[in-house]
Design a protein around this ligand. Structure first.
Ligand code: TNX
Length: 505
């Protein structure tokens, strides 16, 4: 018996049709059933044309034609939710159907993983000679949760646009749909704001260690947003307040309570700063900054941080977070904040991001439970499971270990809905893996910490429960050759029986 294809995330259901396969040939074509599904068809053609060297013409025509990969948008008729899809592979063609373009896009990523790893070869040069075989399957699939996120800290070390795009393209292969950008922190302000131009021009100059930093212009930020949107990923911008604001305080002396200038900070301590709560200019600052960020951001969410604000008094903190929530709601957005913000008693629809279950901090659990009681849903990012800046083990040079080591198994082998007492499935909006970049200065280092752990987090957010680490690690092993084909510097964990091109099945 052949084993099921090593898909990550595992689909809700898969039927294998032994002895059946479809082979993409020089004269295969791609069909979409209307203009709305066309962009997904084009994306698929973009994935397939280079490595195969085939023309793969794209046409608007009904599905079911021989030797065709058909993408059919069913506009809600299937009624299984926006991201659901079904994928059938038979000898004469491939049929992918979904209610929305988003569902089609998720299905395209499944199809991509059903092809040989060489499909990932994007380097220029001759196309690859492979039989482009897709096994006969019938897949029905949909996600467990609607929020499956990756967070990049572009503040401690700046990540230029190209690096962010590369990350998006890798993450969307695992059906992640949220890109949380931690845009501001003590060490840098990374997004331009017209009414407060020194934030980026001065506050973005440096980064951890004192090397030169950077920031996104508004056009660059829009470019990230639309690149993500083409991959059905929503950008969630974070402006961290009232702590983690030293870069802003250093850019505008009037934001400090004493009105005095500060120099830029390039160390790695946390809890070093606070906006001056109650000062008129602070309120104007927050309102104007959030208005510009909201205006730039088509997605529904604005993340306002709220973590580790120990330089702010508890009363000031509560008043400040309430005020920020008011501003966000007035802009028609949904507020997301780190768990500490739960202290302020947020509005029912706001989201709380759970993180702090590391080193002797039980309060995170309490805050999460009380948030849920008030009607907020949780984004689950427990630091000892989902923080990708934690070292894998004692040999990992990059990263930190304040929440312990997080090896590939530890990042995978847990259930978000079993994690906090009295918090279950429906209290959870989803899962997210942050990577903080105090020790991570370039894309190679970033990828070493992110992959393969992010694939496991993606599976926890998408797939139904009930699989084991032993089964997962065998599937994961098959993704090594894919990352190799793209040149991803992933961590070759000794606990995973990695395959290479020679023994790829
Ligand atoms: C805690 S998690 C932080 C970050 C640090 C990170 C390092 C959170 C909301 N705040 O400021 O970068 O630990 O792991």
């Amino acid at each position: 018996m052949t084993s099921p294809p090593p898909l990550i995330p595992a689909p809700e259901s898969i039927e294998l049709h032994e002895g059946v396969e479809f082979v993409i040939e020089p004269d295969t074509s791609i069909a979409v059933n209307g203009p709305e599904s066309r962009p997904v068809g084009e994306y698929l053609a973009g994935v397939l044309r280079k490595p195969t060297g085939y023309p793969l013409p794209l046409a608007i025509q009904p599905g079911g034609v021989d030797n065709t990969v058909s993408l059919t948008l069913t506009r809600g008729r299937r009624g299984r939710g926006g991201e659901s899809y079904s994928l059938g592979v038979g000898v004469s063609g491939i049929d992918l159907a979904a209610d929305t373009p988003e569902g089609l896009f998720r299905g395209v990523q499944t199809l991509r993983q059903l092809l040989p790893a060489a499909i990932e070869k994007t380097s220029d040069g001759p196309s690859v000679a492979e039989p482009w075989t897709v096994p006969g399957v019938r897949i029905e699939d949909r996600p467990r949760w609607g929020w499956r996120g990756s967070m990049l800290d572009v503040a401690r070390h700046f990540i230029p646009v190209a690096g962010v795009k590369r990350h998006i393209e890798l993450a969307c292969r695992y059906k992640l749909n949220m890109l949380h950008l931690h845009l501001t922190d003590d060490q840098g302000w990374r997004i331009h704001v017209d009414r407060w131009p020194r934030l980026s021009r001065h506050g973005g100059r440096l980064q951890v260690g004192g090397t030169s930093g950077g920031y996104y212009t508004k056009d660059e930020y829009r470019e990230i947003v639309s690149y993500a949107a083409e991959r059905h990923m929503t950008v969630v911008p974070e402006i961290d307040m009232p702590g983690h604001t030293h870069a802003a305080l250093a850019s505008y002396p009037q934001l400090n309570c004493d009105g005095r200038p500060r120099s830029l900070y390039t160390g790695t301590d946390v809890r070093v700063s606070s906006l001056c709560i109650g000062k008129e200019v602070t309120d104007r600052f927050v309102e104007e900054v959030l208005a510009e960020i909201a205006e730039l951001t088509p997605g529904p969410y604005l993340h306002v941080g709220g973590d580790e604000a120990s330089q702010t008094s508890p009363e000031d903190y509560v008043a400040f977070i309430k005020r920020v929530e008011e501003i966000i709601l007035a802009q028609g957005k949904t507020m997301v904040a780190w768990e500490e913000a739960g202290r302020a008693g947020l509005a029912a629809g706001s989201l709380v991001q759970f993180w702090n279950n590391g080193s002797g901090a039980p309060s995170g659990f309490k805050l999460a439970r009380s948030a849920v009681e008030r009607g907020q849903k949780l984004v689950m990012s427990p630091s000892d499971r989902a923080y990708l800046d934690m070292k894998y083990d004692i040999t990992t040079e990059l990263g930190t270990q304040w929440a312990g080591f997080v090896d590939v198994r530890r990042a995978y082998d847990w259930d978000p809905s079993q994690f906090i007492a009295q918090v279950d499935e429906s209290d959870i909006a989803g899962i997210e893996a942050p990577i903080w970049t105090e020790t991570i200065a370039d894309v190679d280092s970033l990828e070493f910490m992110v992959w393969p752990r992010l694939a496991g987090i993606a599976e926890l957010g998408w797939s139904p429960t009930g699989r084991s680490w032993d089964e997962y690690r065998m599937r994961l092993a098959a993704h090594g050759p894919r990352w190799e084909a793209i040149g991803v510097n992933f961590f070759r964990s000794p606990h995973v029986p990695w395959r290479n091109h020679a023994n790829e099945s």
